[in-house]
Design a protein around this ligand. Structure first.
Ligand code: FEO
Length: 405
């Protein structure tokens, strides 16, 4: 199983890993595959490599298939070691190859593999590359599932090389989904839930981009190549990434001094409702403790904010918080937020209160562990307020809280 043809002059040259594979604190009992693809055009091009554990083996195999000095491009869709892990070993032998990737991926590859002295071709969303007989088109797909990711499309073959997207973790030697011994739909869905679901808004953006091209086959990085009914798998992503939290409720309570914390509350509200969550927003100044308590008990997400004055919360919001944390908050999640001028103690004090309760406190650490995303900082601390990236950060925090459920 060194080389399997998937289209004219296009071949799978990856690695089947049929061990139980440690992955994201799980064990992939069915193993997986690391799918690398070689397009033997006038300018031979490799799309992704294999896991770092198999780097030497991969380069040896590839050198039996092609003179590595003739390799013109190595497309790196994603820098995780199961995709780019064999790159250093490969670039050692492929002396003339140019690395094709995103700006962010270049920065990360240089940090990981010290490839500063190699030639890069940086591509942006919609860029195309003539590889002599075929044309590649690139789409940036940030946070699917890491910041630098992109996907590649071959115009002539109508094949999508979507990296981690549309993958399954199943070690197999059949390669094509129509040859699979059993229905892979469930494994395909489980993979989505595990890797892509936390990034649902980005999946929606990616699906919009894919509407601009015709796709006959999907050749992902793991598991089966979807040559039979590719449309079914795109439809499944569409279905699974629809808003899914409409039966959940959120409550935002806040206390604001100059209005900035109130504006942040409104932005968080926007993010939550955009994600399909029924959300209520209460300024404690005009709401009774009984009302807030009742609504907190009926909510799945509780978000509490205050401005900071003299190193503390303002108004009587602390009385409200003391009552809320007496409730059984198991199964609920929440976070603290606020606008501040210099130190923002109120946000941390609210966070401490939440930690004392049995609510699941959303903070940057839990988000990184749950989703791999490091672009949302929680508790949400916003210096003063501006209708700029600070507002966007608050909207994003709302979206993330909705997805966290
Ligand atoms: Fe297949 Fe993101 O690793």
């Amino acid at each position: 199983m060194d080389k399997i043809q998937i289209a004219e002059k296009s071949f799978w040259v990856g690695k089947v890993d049929d061990r139980p594979v440690p992955f994201h604190r799980l064990i992939l009992e069915k193993g997986t595959t690391y799918n690398s693809y070689l397009l033997e055009t006038e300018k031979p091009t490799l799309i992704d490599t294999v896991d770092i554990a198999f780097g030497g083996e991969f380069v040896k195999k590839l050198s039996n298939i092609i003179d590595l000095n003739t390799l013109k491009y190595v497309v790196i869709n994603h820098i995780e070691p199961d995709h780019a892990g064999a790159l250093p070993a490969l670039m050692n032998k492929a002396k003339n190859a140019v690395i094709v990737t995103t700006e962010k991926a270049k920065e990360l590859l240089n940090g990981m593999f010290k490839l500063h002295n190699r030639e890069y071709l940086i591509v942006k969303d919609g860029d195309t590359l003539d590889i002599g007989g075929k044309t590649l088109k690139f789409f940036e797909t940030p946070y699917l599932h890491t910041e630098e990711t992109m996907i590649t499309y071959c115009v002539e073959d109508k094949i999508l090389y979507p990296c981690d997207l549309f993958s399954t973790h199943i070690a197999n030697h059949e390669l094509f989904n129509d040859l699979a011994k059993e229905d892979i739909t469930e494994d395909f869905k489980v993979y989505y839930q595990l890797i892509m679901r936390p990034h649902r808004p980005y999946v929606r953006e990616m699906l919009e981009k894919l509407k601009t091209v015709e796709i006959d086959m999907i050749a992902p990085s793991h598991g089966y190549v979807l040559r039979d009914n590719a449309a079914k798998y795109i439809a499944l992503y569409d279905e699974m990434s629809q808003k899914s939290v409409s039966d959940k409720k959120a409550l935002i309570i806040y206390s604001t001094m100059t209005g900035n914390t109130g504006k942040i509350a409104n932005n968080i509200y926007e993010g939550l409702t955009e994600a399909g969550m029924e959300t209520h927003i209460l300024n404690v100044k005009s709401s009774s403790i009984e009302t807030v308590n009742e609504m907190a008990a009926a909510s799945d997400v509780i978000i509490i904010g205050s401005s900071t004055r003299y190193g503390d919360m303002i108004g009587n919001i602390e009385d409200y918080i003391k009552e809320i944390i007496k409730l059984d908050l198991s199964g609920k999640c929440g976070f603290a937020f606020g606008s501040y001028g210099w130190s923002g103690e109120a946000i941390e004090i609210i966070n401490d209160y939440l930690k004392k309760s049995n609510i699941k406190v959303l903070d940057s650490s839990t988000l990184i562990k749950a989703t791999g995303a490091n672009d949302v900082q929680l508790p949400l601390r916003i210096n003063f307020y501006g209708d700029d990236e600070r507002a966007e950060a608050a909207i994003n925090a709302g979206r993330v809280a909705a997805e966290a459920l």
